[in-house]
Design a protein around this ligand. Structure first.
Ligand code: ADP
Ligand code: MG
Length: 355
């Protein structure tokens, strides 16, 4: 029968390939936002403003005061694999910036309408450019697609509109803008805790009240207080430990035995990138089990720095997971240190209540 005849193999159109790849990297608005925030921090920004409409599906805008983008780079800005951060494969071993392979802006331009307004210190004006499918496009049909002069302060503003407009099945899968907004607030909050010396704000379009507002000068516990509230912030213990054998440094703030809540919150940064790790989560939960009532859980902000030679950031396009050497030993050392801190606080508490 006909079905037994093999169909001929054909190469997919490059734009189709790019669109498929983009949908894998950017699954929800929060993933676009994370990439854009990381770019802003990489650019040396000390203030970062996020504006959101319809959970980021209608509008996601991020304004920074970083180094800006050279006007001459604008034509290739959104091409796939164009980056200022990586030159050779070996550079991946020492990479210290968040991004590294020039895929974020390219991906976003394939599944949304992207506008960039940017000004470097040396330029006397800002430039605005519009992108579609990796290329410069005119803002209105019939006009030239060249970047246009615009007003603006030093830094970069990236505007992402109508995310997933050309992937209708994905677009329809988002049932609640409120859920997507909550994911965005959660991610902005994490970076706002981690990035000391950087101011953050996040709000919904058309509302004057901010969901997050953190000053550049705020300390880490201040930041946690503003974002996660006083009940967490009042019971924080600072920790810091390192071991040259495994080439790691860990520091952060963790709630003590006086604090307990229904769900564990872990803000985990590995080499300044917000990531998830079920192994670290499990180990931290086990550590606290001895100190908290049954069904009680902690809040832990953990910043882990590991020699980049020992970390593989390239395990997944989303960079949400990383692999590193001596994972078991490092996790054990950190949890042992946190345990000793908790025990010290617990001992002084017992002493106080007894005396
Ligand atoms: P990557 O971050 O992996 O290099 P991206 O697609 O995220 O790739 O960004 C491409 C390039 O655009 C970056 O290498 C950087 O030079 C520039 N860029 C992106 N966002 C900003 C920003 N907010 N400020 C300054 N430069 C930026
Ligand atoms: Mg990037």
């Amino acid at each position: 029968t006909d079905t037994a005849v093999p169909r001929r193999i054909q190469a997919l159109d490059q734009d189709v390939v790019n669109k498929i790849a983009a949908g894998e990297i950017i699954v929800a608005p929060v993933h676009a936002l994370k990439e854009l925030m990381e770019n802003a921090v990489d650019a040396g920004s000390t203030a970062l403003e996020v504006l959101v409409k319809d959970g980021g599906l209608k509008l996601l805008q991020i304004t920074d005061n970083g180094c800006g983008i050279d006007k001459d780079d604008l034509p290739i800005l959104c091409e796939r694999f164009t980056t200022s951060k990586l030159q050779k494969f070996e550079d991946l071993q020492t990479i210290s910036t968040y991004g590294f392979r020039g895929e974020a802006l390219a991906s976003i331009s394939h599944i949304a309408h992207l506008t960039v307004t940017t000004k470097t210190r040396d330029s006397n004006r800002a430039w605005r450019a519009h992108y579609d499918a990796g290329r410069l496009v005119p803002s209105k049909p019939g006009q030239s697609s060249d970047p246009k002069p615009a007003a603006g302060r030093q830094g970069t503003q990236i505007t992402v509109e109508d995310l997933f407009y050309n992937i209708p099945t994905r677009r329809r899968a988002f049932r609640s803008a409120a859920d997507e907004y909550n994911k965005i607030i959660d991610m902005v909050g994490r970076y706002a805790v981690h990035c000391s010396n950087v101011a953050f704000s996040c709000k919904k379009h058309g509302e004057s009240a901010t969901s997050i507002a953190v000053q550049a000068t705020a300390t880490c516990p201040d930041r946690i207080r503003q974002i996660y509230g006083g009940s967490v912030a009042n019971e924080l213990t600072e920790f810091s430990t390192s071991d040259s054998r495994w080439a790691f440094k860990a520091k952060g703030w963790a709630t003590n035995a006086n604090y307990s809540t229904k769900k564990t919150t872990i803000l985990l940064f590995i080499n300044h990138r917000c990531v998830e790790s079920s192994n670290i989560r499990k180990a931290i939960e086990q550590t606290y089990a001895a100190f908290l009532p049954k069904n009680g859980h902690p809040f832990v902000y953990l910043s882990l720095e590991i020699d980049p030679h020992r970390v593989d950031v390239n395990v997944h396009p989303t960079k949400r997971e990383v692999n590193f050497l001596n994972e078991d030993e490092i996790i054990q050392a950190i949890c042992e240190h946190i345990r000793s801190k908790l025990a010290a606080v617990d001992a002084s508490r017992t002493f106080l209540t007894q005396s």
